[in-house]
Design a binder for this molecule. Sequence first.
Ligand SMILES: CC(C)(COP(=O)(O)OP(=O)(O)OC[C@H]1O[C@@H](n2cnc3c(N)ncnc32)[C@H](O)[C@@H]1OP(=O)(O)O)[C@@H](O)C(=O)NCCC(=O)NCCS
Length: 329
Amino acid sequence: MNKIHAAITAVNGYVPDYVLTNHELETMVETNDEWITIRTGIKERRILKGEGLGTSDMAVPAVNGLLKKRGIGADEIDLIIFCTTTPDRVFPATANILADKIGAKNAWGYDLQATCSGFLFGLATGSQFIETGKYKKVLVIGGDKMSSMIDYKDRATCIIFGDGCGAVLLEPNEEGYGVIDSVLKSDGSGVPFLHQKAGGSVSPASHETIDKREHYLYQEGQAVFKFAVTNMAEVAAEVMERNNLKADDIAWLVPHQANKRIIDATASRTGVSPDKVIINIERYGNTTNGTLPLCLWEWEDKFKKGDNLILAAFGGGFTWGSIYLKWAY
Ligand SMILES: CC(C)(COP(=O)(O)OP(=O)(O)OC[C@H]1O[C@@H](n2cnc3c(N)ncnc32)[C@H](O)[C@@H]1OP(=O)(O)O)[C@@H](O)C(=O)NCCC(=O)NCCS
């Protein structure tokens, strides 16, 4: 019997309608379109507006569209891995909430928290359940409502992040297509540079934490930039080297959309030419767990069966990694 790989057999995405442009941000904090564009490459990002709406509400249309494309029912899903840093609630898992909303009656699920590398970690984890033969249909979702934890008075962070969600379906493939290899890393010494100060068990919500604005994302941008620019590039190069892949063998480089300058550094380190690098940061900003599946969704029509894709990400914590996969359709 041939080895079973976990192949992506369908992809879909959802971004909210509301467009927050650089020009609108100019009316909210002291910034300007030119500064944001030069430093990050971002022109606009999407924001989920509406009382009582959370990350799962973006996943519902993403997953329902995916199931329709693949022509299967929600009851056929075995497992849901929901990669998110902005779960609907601290508990229960957003995967459970989503399963109920879409009618995935036969699935179990859990949330996976690895900040901006979450979707990669989820893809690697979900693949194991397929490769062992245990499950036939695994949903891996990456989505975040970053606007729920962004301080729109902090010009250094509010320009970067946006809301969005994407989803892929993993199914067994015995023809050599699917997830081939991954290099994944975690380093908790990065905590001081990018984290949420309060709201967890170390510092539960109180009047004091609210007054000190500690429920917003805290970032030391320059430190994060330096770490990201080196590590995302290195790990993408590592997964290529150990699979004997040269730049010309790569059909598409799919980088986490954190900052155009970090993307360019990764492309340059791997040698992949700019026309093969997927970039949509100018329209969505950094949607954290959403960036990679949203890229796959938007470029799906350009992919060909057998294309070599290199996915790479970097995130708070720190977390980073790269996945090599062969597109299956
Ligand atoms: C956040 C980031 C864009 C800032 O760019 P930078 O070149 O490092 O800028 P600095 O933080 O050094 O700030 C330079 C100046 O611009 C100012 N500035 C910060 N945000 C600004 C904004 N939106 N508009 C105008 N000026 C701004 C700073 O206050 C600082 O002013 P000062 O020199 O008078 O003190 C950049 O550090 C970055 O992208 N970091 C990585 C973030 C990231 O990817 N996070 C997610 C990881 S998954």
